[in-house]
Design a protein. Structure first.
Length: 241
């Protein structure tokens, strides 16, 4: 288990540890998550075993407490016909793999076109399926730092990235990055409660003020959106019971 903990003696520590822990004062097999007190099973000879309060937990299977929170939220949305601005919807593994692979290949193309350090095909494959940075091949940190300095020295901008993406065959990604750069210049996203829609249009309290006047007068989930929200893998058809 990997933890991000705060020492109960008052010292706020943010170092990640990979340790063998036991839940302080408990004999249950299932250990609680964030906010619980854990005790190290081993310590220096003669030293008392310290107790820590866990702020974040990442389990051995790569999931985190956050993963479980999102899974619960998706189920709640389906149950109560809810939606929210975080736009998290159920997805299938094949779609996630395809998006991650495309993102890695796009970044590989940008590095190549800009003459930065190489991103190998093995790294692209690893990034496609990795649960975290520990699953990635080691990089030459010195060369990467030199490349970062080269970006500053050559004054590489977002427009250069857009050109590199287009030259590498990722025209759709290039168009999205260019749209984002345009919005940074316009600054409309700085308006109150502003978000971007899928076409990079700004929706804010300025052009869509809160006009709620009672039940069924506010936001309503569309049929298309509802089809996405309710399509969860855990769903069981009543006919199958």
């Amino acid at each position: 288990m990997t933890i991000n903990h705060t020492d109960t003696n008052g010292g706020a520590l943010t170092t990640f540890y990979f340790v063998d822990l036991e839940y302080a004062g408990a004999s249950a097999a299932v250990m609680p998550g964030a906010g619980a007190d854990y005790r190290f099973k081993s310590s220096r000879p003669g030293a008392p075993a310290p107790t820590v309060t866990v702020n974040a937990v990442v389990y051995r299977d790569g999931t985190s407490q956050g993963d479980k929170v999102w899974a619960s939220r998706i189920i709640q949305r389906r149950k109560f016909l809810l939606d929210s601005l975080d736009a998290v919807i159920p997805v299938v593994e094949a779609d996630v793999v395809a998006v991650r692979n495309k993102a890695a290949r796009a970044l590989q193309s940008v590095f190549r076109e800009l003459g930065l350090t190489e991103i190998t095909d093995a790294e692209v494959e690893a990034a496609t399926y990795a649960r975290g940075s520990l699953d990635m091949p080691p990089r030459n940190v010195v060369d990467d730092l030199k490349a970062a300095g080269e970006i500053l020295k050559r004054a590489i901008t977002g427009v250069d990235v857009v050109k590199a993406l287009s030259k590498g065959g990722f025209d759709d990604v290039a168009a999205s990055v260019l749209s984002l750069l345009r919005q940074r210049v316009a600054g409309d996203y700085l308006q109150t409660s502003a978000i971007f829609d899928s076409e990079f249009h700004v929706i804010s309290a300025v052009n869509q003020p809160n006009d709620y006047a009672g039940p069924r007068t506010g936001f309503q989930v569309s049929d298309e959106r509802w089809a996405l929200l309710k399509n969860i893998r855990q769903a069981v058809s009543p006919e199958s019971i």
